[in-house]
Design a protein around this ligand. Structure first.
Ligand SMILES: *[C@@H]1O[C@H](CO)[C@@H](O)[C@H](O)[C@H]1NC(C)=O
Ligand SMILES: *[C@@H]1O[C@H](CO)[C@@H](O)[C@H](O)[C@H]1NC(C)=O
Ligand SMILES: *[C@@H]1O[C@H](CO)[C@@H](O)[C@H](O)[C@H]1NC(C)=O
Ligand SMILES: *[C@@H]1O[C@H](CO)[C@@H](O)[C@H](O)[C@H]1NC(C)=O
Ligand SMILES: *[C@@H]1O[C@H](CO)[C@@H](O)[C@H](O)[C@H]1NC(C)=O
Ligand SMILES: *[C@@H]1O[C@H](CO)[C@@H](O)[C@H](O)[C@H]1NC(C)=O
Ligand SMILES: *[C@@H]1O[C@H](CO)[C@@H](O)[C@H](O)[C@H]1NC(C)=O
Ligand SMILES: *[C@@H]1O[C@H](CO)[C@@H](O)[C@H](O)[C@H]1NC(C)=O
Ligand SMILES: *[C@@H]1O[C@H](CO)[C@@H](O)[C@H](O)[C@H]1NC(C)=O
Ligand SMILES: *[C@@H]1O[C@H](CO)[C@@H](O)[C@H](O)[C@H]1NC(C)=O
Ligand SMILES: *[C@@H]1O[C@H](CO)[C@@H](O)[C@H](O)[C@H]1NC(C)=O
Length: 839
């Protein structure tokens, strides 16, 4: 292995010095700053470096009072984002804003009476307060200007009614509601008004708007599943712009909205009339466009509009209320249970669950620490006060003990809620569906005729294809040929393949009838599982060769892209630790891929099975780890293409008869061009729990996203627990649990008890160490797969200590460096770049 590249190192050192110099020059421009000893009088202002925000004294609307505030620079109508002395205005124009004797920022009148103070006493000298282009006013020493972590006081930690993008708002998890934003009283009065907005961190966090005094809820976003707020189904496309809640430790989390487009001005606020709004600046009309305004009155967003156990849905753009299944309205209009639950503390019950899909889950959930959705269901049945449960990807098991409050039925998106009902009420549900069946069967006769006709035509089109196709024909030499010949999918979604003809090894083309026969007509008994885009069946070719056939379900529209992607990619790859593609079939509407058959199925069938996991002793597990690492290294570096798998997980690791691991499912993989190292995707695909923070958060993926997934895999293999459903009394997932043990100096407690005897302790601890390096939240600090293989194989290698830094604190320069496949070590005043080159 070769190491440091001197020239590179020097170049980057120079870059770094230039950057520091720039920061220095930056700090010299004092019209963005108030230094100790300077004052801002009424009429003076300071302006952020590129003239985005301005700070000074102002009077809102027709008010005769004076406030110190931060507003957007240069707008005709002043838009105020922050106010210092909101509850204590100055009358007259003698106001002064300065750094007081105790080091706090203060607002005084001409006589020196203090109207407001930041209450942040500091003995440091050379204090300064600087207004930044993100709207943040930061008090620090001159030496530490702009260093977030060294700030003495920041205005964004004490917001008024407005949230500005890219600023972090810290929340105390254990303290419950954090009502960070309080509305103005009215447009002329910034004092604390009737409404507030913030995050309720109990159970699983959600954004909530309250009426200030009564604490009555007005609106909530639904729970945060570490990707989106599940109560906002349209957020699936929104979250890529960067809304995120990040857990710092067991007590602290922060939320941040990463604005991708710095030139687009945007703010979130709670209006004086209680509306929660997102506004963006329209420079053409010089007005703020309202992106959303919640809750609109009379809509289903209005908190608990249909009452407890009610269900709100939109019908012809009007909201309609009904009671949930098994509930009826009583004379006062409340939804009440039809039949009492049959609960018995012994756990035996005749109650069951009604499954309602696509809803905004009720408020006030309790989280239950269980391993699977069945455990979640039982956890609810065992508890006599449990009215419903849900098992949510990214969150786990939620149960509701009290009334079911604020439930909305979505047209699309949403989660599945299991509502607990007595046997009798469930029966009536079944009867209703029986009558439906009868009604359907009458209509069915007519429909059946049509279907048969279509089927006949479909078969005919298959035959038409088959006869010229012959038995097994020679494959097309380029994919373009396949395209034109078979009228395949449009490739526009896969730019990286544009114009590059398919030059891989020739693959056999199988006919539909051959594969149909091999799999007994895709019989259920031969089904191996569900792949990324369709079912996988086991088959036996006439020669006796065992195969696995992946068939694209015709219903999945987007699967076509993945099908083609996988076919092109995997045909070009040859490695012992990658599953081998034997051929394919494109016929009529059928799309199939044929693989070698793996008798031991996938790793998860062993790892998470109480009895079968014992078959995986430490030696086997270590071989599997090494194999996956080598397969991944081949993808990242050694194959002619540079490939990022993007969906590495236990169920995608197949095992042959010798338990050799083979990476499979390339439906989501991407090829990186020669000098393209980072990519950005509009569709975030992959699996919860295996996605690296920068990918889940920003849609940025690189080889380092795979390294993260590999780290998760390592932890799962060592511990025998699933990351997603792992729960212990104090950690919400396996990674956090591992970090905790690591910090407490007892990583060995992570090792699966069922292998502790067969385990080589040093080897296992080395693996845990490597895993911790791989799951660091900073992509920069994760090792490359080359280093991982080296660390796994090397004896007595001393490894760096992992740190759990926060990805959003990395500069784009650092990002760029790492995306070029280098590793950089950041210390406070030096950047070293090491390049790991091939042997
Ligand atoms: C900026 O600095 C100059 C010279 O150091 C000083 O004269 C001036 O008052 C400062 N301006 C402000 C707004 O602090
Ligand atoms: C400024 O505010 C006034 C009063 O609210 C309004 O009539 C006017 O249209 C606004 N001007 C612009 C440019 O938005
Ligand atoms: C300062 O104090 C004096 C005496 O208390 C008062 O008359 C005067 O109005 C005050 N001036 C200001 C600007 O508050
Ligand atoms: C304050 O700043 C001046 C000039 O930048 C510097 O000479 C002095 O050492 C600083 N004082 C402290 C306590 O840092
Ligand atoms: C969070 O709040 C709890 C209880 O209010 C308090 O004990 C704890 O110190 C707070 N933690 C932080 C980090 O502020
Ligand atoms: C705020 O609450 C007060 C007292 O409850 C009420 O008089 C006032 O109208 C409310 N203001 C708004 C804007 O709702
Ligand atoms: C709103 O809530 C804040 C914080 O709890 C409180 O200080 C303020 O007085 C409240 N305002 C009103 C009008 O109730
Ligand atoms: C960023 O926002 C500005 C202003 O709205 C717009 O003109 C520009 O096209 C946007 N850029 C990108 C990359 O979206
Ligand atoms: C209707 O149900 C509500 C909620 O359970 C209850 O408080 C109320 O007393 C009921 N009214 C009647 C008339 O039964
Ligand atoms: C609870 O269930 C057990 C077993 O079905 C039964 O023997 C017992 O009588 C029940 N207890 C109550 C209070 O219903
Ligand atoms: C039953 O569920 C309620 C509500 O979630 C919870 O508060 C209570 O602790 C649970 N009881 C038991 C015995 O788990």
């Amino acid at each position: 292995m070769g190491f440091t590249n001197k020239t590179q190192k020097n170049i980057h050192r120079i870059l770094f010095i230039v950057l520091l110099h720039f920061l220095h020059v930056f700090a010299q421009t004092n019209n963005s700053r108030i230094d100790q000893g300077q004052v801002i009088r009424d009429g003076d202002t300071i302006i952020s470096p590129t003239q985005v925000f301005e700070l000074g004294f102002f009077s809102p609307g027709n008010s005769r009072f004076k406030y110190v505030g931060i507003w957007y620079y240069g707008f005709q109508n002043r838009t105020v984002a922050w106010v210092a002395n909101r509850d204590n205005p100055i009358s007259g124009d003698s106001g002064v804003f300065r750094i007081g004797n105790d080091g706090s920022l203060i607002v005084t009148d001409g006589n020196g009476t203090v109207y407001w103070s930041s209450n942040s006493p500091s003995a440091a000298s050379n204090l300064t307060a600087m207004l930044f282009d993100n709207g943040n006013l930061m008090l620090s020493t001159v030496q530490n200007i702009g260093v977030d972590t060294d700030a003495i006081w920041r205005s964004c930690d004490h917001p008024t009614d407005t949230y500005l993008p890219n600023l972090r708002v810290y929340l105390n998890i254990t303290a419950g509601d954090s009502r960070s934003f309080v509305s103005w009283r009215n447009p002329n009065d910034p004092s604390k008004g009737n409404y507030s907005m913030g995050v309720d961190t109990r159970g699983s966090p959600q954004v909530v708007a309250w009426e200030n005094q009564s604490r009555r809820r007005l609106w909530r976003s639904g729970h945060w599943n570490y990707q989106i707020f599940i109560g906002i189904p349209q957020m699936r496309s929104l979250f890529l712009y960067g809304f995120n809640l990040v857990t710092v430790n067991d007590e602290l989390m922060y939320f941040i909205f990463n604005n991708r487009n710095a030139t687009l001005l945007m703010r979130f606020m709670v209006q004086w009339n209680g509306l929660v709004q997102q506004l963006t600046w329209n420079s053409q009309t010089s007005t703020w466009d309202v992106m959303f305004s919640l809750p609109s009155s009379g809509s289903c967003e209005e908190y608990n509009r249909c009452g407890d156990f009610g269900l709100c849905r939109i019908v012809n753009s009007a909201s309609v209320c009904s009671c949930m299944e098994g509930f009826d309205r009583n004379s006062t209009g409340a939804c009440v249970r039809r039949t009492r639950l049959n609960c018995n503390s012994t756990g035996s019950t005749t109650d069951g669950f009604f499954r309602r899909t696509g809803v905004k889950l009720p408020d006030f959930a309790d989280q239950l620490v269980v391993g699977s959705s069945d455990d979640c269901k039982n956890g609810c049945l065992m508890n006599c006060s449990c009215n419903a449960y849900a098992y949510v990807s990214g969150i786990g098991c939620l149960i509701w003990g009290g009334n079911l409050v604020d439930v909305e039925q979505f047209g699309q998106g949403g989660e599945t809620l299991f509502i607990r009902l007595a046997d009798a009420d469930l029966e009536s549900g079944k009867k209703a569906s029986k009558t439906l069946v009868i009604a359907l069967s009458v209509t069915g006769a007519v429909v059946l005729g049509i279907i048969l006709l279509l089927l006949w035509r479909f078969r005919r089109s298959l035959k038409e294809c088959r006869s010229p196709c012959g038995k097994t024909k020679t494959p097309p030499s380029t994919l373009e040929a396949a395209n034109s010949q078979e009228n395949l999918v449009d490739m526009s979604g896969q730019q990286e393949l544009d114009g590059k003809p398919y030059e891989g090894p020739s693959l056999p083309l199988y006919t539909f009838s051959v594969l149909e026969a091999a799999t007994d007509g895709f019989a259920n008994k031969n089904k191996l599982g569900q792949g990324g885009f369709g079912p996988v069946h086991k088959g036996i070719l006439p020669g006796g060769q065992e195969i696995a056939v992946k068939r694209l379900s015709r219903s999945s529209g987007q699967g076509l892209v993945e099908f083609k992607n996988e076919m092109i990619l995997i045909a070009k790859l040859q490695h012992r630790n990658l599953v081998r593609l034997l051929g394919y079939c494109i016929e009529g509407e059928e799309r199939m891929l044929v693989y070698e058959y793996m008798p031991n199925k996938s790793l998860d069938t062993f790892l998470f099975d109480a009895t079968k996991k014992t078959e995986l002793n430490w030696k086997t597990r270590f071989n599997i780890i090494e194999g996956i690492a080598r397969g991944l290294l081949y993808l990242h570096r050694d194959s002619r293409l540079r490939i990022i798998h993007r969906d590495l997980k236990v169920s995608n690791i197949l095992l042959d008869e010798e338990m050799t691991p083979k990476i499979s499912d390339f439906g989501m993989a991407r090829i990186f061009g020669g000098n393209q190292n980072e990519a950005n995707t509009i569709r975030v695909v992959g699996t919860y729990g295996y996605m690296s923070p920068e990918y889940a958060m920003e849609g940025l993926f690189s080889v380092k996203s795979d390294v993260y997934s590999f780290g998760v895999l390592l932890l799962e293999i060592i511990s025998g627990h699933r990351n997603n459903s792992f729960r212990s009394h104090d950690s919400t997932n396996l990674i956090r649990h591992a970090w905790k043990l690591w910090k407490e100096g007892k990583p060995d407690e992570l090792i699966d008890p069922s292998i502790i005897d067969s385990c080589d302790k040093t080897e296992a601890l080395q693996c845990i160490h490597v895993a911790m390096l791989c799951v660091q939240s900073s992509a920069v600090q994760r090792p490359t797969m080359a280093s991982v293989v080296f660390m796994l194989e090397g004896e007595n290698t001393s490894l760096p200590q992992p740190t759990e830094v926060d990805i959003t604190s990395l500069s784009s320069v650092e990002m760029d460096l790492i995306m070029e496949g280098r590793e950089i070590n950041i210390s406070s005043n030096d950047v070293t770049i090491t390049e790991v080159s091939g042997r």
